[in-house]
Design a protein around this ligand. Structure first.
Ligand SMILES: Nc1ncnc2c1ncn2[C@@H]1O[C@H](COP(=O)(O)OP(=O)(O)OP(=O)(O)O)[C@@H](O)[C@H]1O
Length: 245
């Protein structure tokens, strides 16, 4: 579904992505793991169009999208849930979902927008209960659910998820991944997941890539990466254990 060939990206003179190549098959969940600063977020942003690519190509279902602008990529079915739950704090849950569904409104009108928001409330019932509450007053887990729901308003085919577990308690992380798992199965969703918590990510994903200082250094099935001694040593610390065991 998605193929990236030798892409490079820079912040000023800093060369942050170095000839990165990867692919994601339709319906697959692929994770990118790696230390802080490895370039994982930059890679997601390069795919969604928020970060400029210099050199290399990106294809979505065989069609080159390397320089396609963000809004068009969104229309093509790519949605990103940004790191740090970038929701609108001074707006209510409902208003945030309206913002997330701006394109739904533009293309299909208000009725469809409301119907889609109701669907999101079915997926995340806690958001229905909090629909009139300001987003800034939600718990961390609820904010993450809202951020995911905003991206899902666009009915993406490819969901780019950046650090959904960040700062959340293990039980909440588990709940969010259970919901994502159900969504994936019900909606034929393809997912590219960036996670610091490699254990969570590899338990959720089918395949994974390991990034180090802007390069992909390893690629394998999630189960093989979980069993890989190097990966265990570098990324599967004891502190990540309790969520899944
Ligand atoms: N806006 C920016 N301007 C300059 N340098 C940046 C910017 N954003 C990220 N970088 C640098 O680019 C490199 C890759 O950052 P990136 O955020 O992609 O890594 P990451 O693997 O996602 O790490 P993290 O888990 O900390 O987000 C790092 O060295 C980072 O300091």
């Amino acid at each position: 579904m998605l193929r990236i060939q030798n892409i490079n990206s820079y912040y000023g003179l800093a060369h942050v992505l170095k000839n990165v190549s990867l692919h994601i098959n339709r319906g697959e969940t692929v994770t990118l793991i790696g230390a802080n600063g490895a370039g994982k977020t930059t890679l997601l942003r390069s795919i969604s169009g928020l970060q400029a690519i210099r050199g290399g190509k990106v294809f979505l279902e065989g069609k080159e999208i390397t320089q396609v602008p963000v809004e068009k990529k969104v229309r093509m079915g790519i949605a990103q849930v940004p790191e740090g739950r970038q929701i609108f704090w001074p707006m209510t849950v409902f208003e945030n979902l309206e913002m997330g569904g701006f394109l739904v409104y533009k293309m299909h009108g208000r009725r469809q927008l409301i119907a889609t928001i109701e669907e999101m409330f079915d997926v995340f019932p806690v958001l229905r209960n909090r629909r009139k509450q300001y987003a800034g007053s939600l718990s961390g887990g609820e904010q993450q659910m809202l951020a995911i729901a905003m991206a899902l308003m666009l009915r993406p085919r490819l969901l780019l998820l950046d650090e959904p577990s960040m700062g959340l308690a293990p039980l909440i992380v588990r709940e969010i991944f259970q919901i994502l798992d159900r969504l994936k199965k019900e909606n034929d969703l393809t997912v590219l997941l960036v996670e610091q918590n490699a254990r969570v990510a590899l338990n959720f994903a089918d395949r994974g890539y390991v990034m180090e200082t802007g390069r992909i250094i390893l690629e394998d099935s999630a189960s093989a990466l979980l069993a890989n001694q190097e990966v265990k040593r570098a990324y599967l610390g004891r502190d990540q254990k309790e969520i899944w065991e």
